[in-house]
Design a protein around this ligand. Sequence first.
Ligand SMILES: Nc1ncnc2c1ncn2[C@@H]1O[C@H](COP(=O)(O)OP(=O)(O)OP(=O)(O)O)[C@@H](O)[C@H]1O
Ligand SMILES: [Mg+2]
Length: 256
Amino acid sequence: MLMQIDIAEHRYGSLLVLDNVQFSIASGEIVCVVGPSGCGKSTLLSILGGLVQPTNGSVSYSGQSQTDCLNDLTYVFQDFALLPWLTVRENIRFVLRHHALDPATCDRKIDDVLARTGLTSFAQAFPKQLSGGMKQRVGIARALVVRPQVLLMDEPFSALDAQTRELLTADFLDLWLREKITAVHITHNLAEALTLADRIIVLSRRPGRIKKIVEVTVPKAQRLTAEGQTELVALREELWSLIKDEAVLANQEVTA
Ligand SMILES: Nc1ncnc2c1ncn2[C@@H]1O[C@H](COP(=O)(O)OP(=O)(O)OP(=O)(O)O)[C@@H](O)[C@H]1O
Ligand SMILES: [Mg+2]
């Protein structure tokens, strides 16, 4: 087990945001988290990354860092968060600046991650020259260059148009098939979750409680092929029935 999450509760002041959220993450697993707006998904990710301390609970981490791991946990942000005055290569180099690496090692790591994410020919481009999809590839490359144990992704594709989102989801699946990256991936998009997840954690509306953890047993290599579809369609219906009522109620609360 790589991470064990045991959050009895998390509050912001008097606002109860997460209630009794317990699950584990195994090495090589992609855990997706779905749930209505405001139910505490980003808070959960911040707790996993150590940015927020749960008011009552703990996150334990038992990974054995590989020798080339520079950072155990890294984030991929929804808005890419690239520095506009730096090229793709320099944006990636930027995250290595605090690590005592010689320039040749830095270059090797950057070349390696550019190749793994299909960005080699974009190395000298500036963010403004890239489409949204390519920008997020850079966001992923920047998170992967440190060889993290767990990648923390907060709706990484939700700022993209539907087709680009599908392409990036398929790319990320490919990357997983090659590298078996461990990731926690927050999304509103059930198709994305069903393409990528080993397990999908369905949270209730705020305070976020685990309604169900849905296992996706279709092998990842079959997620986008015809063979896997019958089972995935059935799972989609199950997921939608779990979140539909919560989403409706959450929306009523927001507009009330
Ligand atoms: N730093 C903070 N201080 C106070 N309240 C916060 C803080 N961060 C989040 N909240 C509140 O906690 C609740 C959960 O927020 P969070 O961002 O974790 O939800 P979310 O599930 O990620 O929502 P969305 O789907 O809109 O991204 C919301 O009501 C939000 O307003
Ligand atoms: Mg959020």
